[in-house]
Design a protein around this ligand. Structure first.
Ligand code: NDP
Length: 335
């Protein structure tokens, strides 16, 4: 196994709750963390047994002890941090959405490509054993030609995350850039198909401040002709998550699978009745780090590449545009 020495850019919740453990589970070392605040960097480093905490990005990127960076700051900061990391020759695993505009996301991927560093987007859901099982079942022809998909991803945003997501449009807040972007990646992965157009309606259910949606429902048309429906929200305390694909010869019903935890079930319904697919659950973030490490070692690609990050961002931006304009909007999938 190739292990990496990581620098964290962002003293974030996702790093604290999932990614530090995922790196360590793969034998990787978290050697430094950078925060905008020296105090927060020091506290975060102490709390998570990281040797160095700094408020100077140059220190982290200038260190020969760092092979790769994991970027999990708020979304408006990703672009310049990826530029700086690539310039310093560090491999980059960046959080979604990659950026706030397509041009920025494309430039980020291009800089990493030009510098010869690996770039991945941390779309965790394509690492879920449930979604991988659905993709395999579709490829094996178990539901025939897929006709429709439905994504149930309306959740309740916990109080500790009710900051920039519901208050700061300039930080890339709102449910579309936060959650729809994941639906887009998961649909592309499970269906192995590309969305070409979207229509959507947004809502504000009491959480998002003026100008920031906290709920959305929409539909995507894929190149194959399949239509997918999605429902995302920050405001539904009691909803369950799910992912369904309905084909000519069968339906795959995924329950409790649009989550960060390695859990959920997939049932296949067809003329033969109902079968529960065998699912070998694995920590989603640990798998993301493992595939990223392998890619750095020259074996395969990150679970979600930089190009995947551009495409999921494009779906999200088109969804926002479609909702604002009140009409079906084409999705630009150029990378
Ligand atoms: P947080 O709000 O926890 O962290 C984002 C930034 O906010 C941090 O980089 C930090 O800045 C600052 N911050 C955090 N805590 C405090 C505090 N107590 N006081 C002041 N500032 C603070 O965000 P998330 O971890 O939820 O999200 C970070 C990124 O990760 C986003 O891009 C998000 O979209 C993505 N994400 C991805 C998930 C996935 O499963 N793929 C899941 C959740 C988030 P500083 O670094 O300067 O200290």
């Amino acid at each position: 196994m190739t292990t990496l020495r990581w620098g964290l850019i962002g003293a974030s919740t996702i790093a604290a709750q999932h990614m530090i453990a995922a790196i360590r589970a793969n034998g990787g070392d978290v050697v430094a963390v950078v925060s905008a605040s020296a105090d927060r960097a020091a506290t975060f480093a102490r709390d998570h047994a990281i040797a160095h905490g700094t408020s100077r990005l140059d220190d982290l990127l200038g260190s020969d002890d760092v092979d790769a960076v994991y970027i999990s700051t708020t979304n408006e900061l990703h672009r310049d941090q990826v530029f700086a990391a690539a310039a310093a020759g560090k491999h980059v695993l960046c959080e979604k959405p990659l950026a706030l505009t397509l041009d920025d996301a494309r430039a980020m991927v291009e800089r990493c490509r030009a510098r010869g560093v690996v770039m991945g987007t941390n779309h965790h859901l394509r690492n879920a054993a449930t979604h991988r099982a659905m993709r395999e079942a579709i490829k094996a022809g178990r539901i025939g030609r897929p006709l429709f998909a439905r994504v149930f991803h309306a959740v309740y945003l916990p109080p500790n995350l009710q900051g920039w997501r519901i208050e700061k449009p300039e930080a890339g807040g709102g449910v579309i850039l936060d959650i729809t972007v994941h639906d887009a990646d998961t649909l592309r992965f499970v269906l192995d198909d590309e969305p070409v157009a979207v229509t959507a309606m947004t809502s504000r259910g009491g959480m998002g401040r003026e100008g920031l949606e906290d709920g959305v429902m929409g539909a995507l048309r894929f190149a194959s002709g399949l239509v997918a429906q999605f429902h995302d929200a920050f405001t539904t305390r009691y909803a369950t998550t799910g992912f369904e694909v309905h084909g000519e010869a069968g339906s795959l019903i995924g329950t409790d699978c649009m989550t960060q935890a390695p859990k959920g079930d997939i049932v296949l319904r067809s003329k033969d009745g109902e079968t529960r697919l065998a699912i070998d659950h694995e920590n989603l973030y640990a798998r993301s780090v493992r595939l990223f490490q392998e890619a750095v070692a020259g074996r395969g690609s990150p679970a979600a590449s930089g190009e995947d990050g551009i495409k999921s961002l494009s779906v999200a931006l088109s969804t926002r545009e479609a909702a604002r304009a009140g009409r079906e909007t084409a999705i630009d999938l150029r990378v």
